[in-house]
Design a binder for this molecule. Structure first.
Ligand code: GRF
Length: 197
């Protein structure tokens, strides 16, 4: 049984979809832990309501000592006996050292059609560029930011009336379909990229 830890920083709506996907009959995996780097976020309340163990490692307590923060995260993950990590709106950059310790075992969801628009403010950047399409990507995490082999993408057509806010909502609805689907495929050993339209 694969034990999946889900790392969040906020509302945790993707986390809820992942937990639900892991709890289907005959699932090969279970949710082991929800870890937030921000205390008191809505995602922690949702994890408690779902009965998933949840913990907080507040990055601000470590000031600029990223290695100490990551050591505390790593300790919590290992105490939960996690085998696989899903970053779901986790807004901290992980160092190469951390990523290498979990090599091939970290998935992330990013709100753009990678390799376009790594980093932040993807929706505004899509609109500024006048792109006809946008979407989200689930990929394996490598030390480069928002890089790594793509496991799945979901696309939408940008509308003339779209704003960064409407695009954020439309992309998030796609994320909620894509991430659980890709996770289930990944657990079944499928690594060929999936395209949801
Ligand atoms: C998602 O849209 C993700 O792409 C972005 O942050 C958001 C997290 O939302 N990086 P939630 O916490 O899963 O609700």
């Amino acid at each position: 049984m694969t034990r999946v830890a889900i790392l969040i920083s906020g509302s945790g709506s993707n986390m809820v979809r992942l937990v639900e996907a892991l709890r289907v009959p005959d699932s090969p995996a279970v949710p082991a832990l929800v870890l937030s780097n921000v205390p008191g976020v809505a995602g922690l309340v949702k994890a408690a309501a779902l009965g998933v163990p949840a913990t907080t490692v507040d990055h601000r307590r470590f000031a600029k000592d990223r290695a100490a923060f990551e050591a505390a995260v790593d300790r919590a993950l290992r105490e939960s006996h996690a085998d696989l990590l899903c970053l779901a709106g986790f807004m901290r950059i992980l160092t190469a050292g951390f990523v290498e310790r979990w090599a091939g075992r970290i998935l992330n969801i990013h709100p753009s059609l990678l390799p376009k628009y790594r980093g932040l403010d993807t929706h505004a950047r899509v609109l500024a560029a006048g792109d006809p399409e946008h979407g989200c990507t689930v990929h394996l995490v490598t030390p480069e930011l928002d890089d790594g082999p793509i496991l799945g993408q979901a696309k939408l057509t940008v509308r003339v009336e779209d704003t960064p806010e409407t695009l954020a909502a439309r992309v998030q609805a796609l994320e909620h379909r894509l991430y659980p689907t890709v996770l289930a495929r990944y657990l079944a050993g499928e690594k060929a990229p999936l395209l949801l339209c």
